[in-house]
Ligand binder design. Sequence first.
Ligand SMILES: Cc1cc2nc3c(=O)[nH]c(=O)nc-3n(C[C@H](O)[C@H](O)[C@H](O)COP(=O)(O)OP(=O)(O)OC[C@H]3O[C@@H](n4cnc5c(N)ncnc54)[C@H](O)[C@@H]3O)c2cc1C
Length: 289
Amino acid sequence: MKAPKMTYARADSVAQALALLAEHGDGANVLAGGQSLMPTLNMRLSKPDLLIDINRLEDLAGISVEDDAVRIGALTRHAAVQRSPIVAEHLPLIAEAMPHVAHVAVRNRGTFGGSIALADPAAELPACILALGATITVESVRGRRDIAAADFFKGLFETERQPDELLIEIRIPCQRPGTVHAFMELSRRQGDFAIAGVACAAETDGETVTDAKLVYFASEDRPTLAANAVAAIAGKVWSDESRSAAMAALSEDLDPMDNLQGSAAFKLHLQRVLTGRVLDQAIERARAA
Ligand SMILES: Cc1cc2nc3c(=O)[nH]c(=O)nc-3n(C[C@H](O)[C@H](O)[C@H](O)COP(=O)(O)OP(=O)(O)OC[C@H]3O[C@@H](n4cnc5c(N)ncnc54)[C@H](O)[C@@H]3O)c2cc1C
């Protein structure tokens, strides 16, 4: 199919994009990498009156370190994030997740901000930024505001961003000493959307997990933090028993969706398996550090 009839505007400044968003609100769609938006337009799942192309807004692209946090501009391409030495050094969880985000051609165009704004429940990056306690900055003609990742993802493709707000940047705390990361997903082929997945940032001395952020994706309607699974192991020496306790407690954290990728029971099983594996890996990494 072909995209519906709409007006196209190429923004030459952030101010211009914000003015257009203020004028058209719900009737406008921001075009970043277009890797998700163009298919939905062509399938007529989305029918905006106006497309606001932000690809010339160089101010929105780039990666830098400021005040113990990595700032990733919304328009930074996935490929640039994957190649970034800053990300490799300070955000190893994101570096490890990047090769799982689609395929090379998609990563060359797709943007970090586009993935966060879209909030696909099977996407890797929303789960990673939630595990890392990131802050998302959005702006409209009314001003700028910061939103904690924990408050940003509201449901299926639903976020706290209002229709007149442009996503500007994501600030992610640098990995602290004593913290280890692990990332795992299951998909039919490398680059396909995940069937189940987990991003983990854990505090452990290699024997005991003192705290952990375990964020699951592809099974719920949004990236989901597992508090009960972590409570089942916090402060205990890592063992077969604590691994089983975390896996069992996960059913109190997750309520998977049935979809074409598998039944709810199948997804819960996969997420449990990943829980054991991801924590095993976190412990191994802490021991090797
Ligand atoms: C074959 C294929 C496989 C894929 N596999 C994966 C995968 O495994 N994992 C994964 O995470 N993704 C996957 N994707 C999606 C890909 O990662 C997209 O790049 C990403 O989801 C959206 O980024 P984009 O820049 O292309 O956004 P676009 O498609 O341009 O926009 C997506 C949505 O976000 C909004 N938006 C974009 N930028 C902003 C902004 N700055 N402010 C406000 N709103 C904004 C748009 O209006 C639109 O609603 C896949 C895509 C394809 C085509």
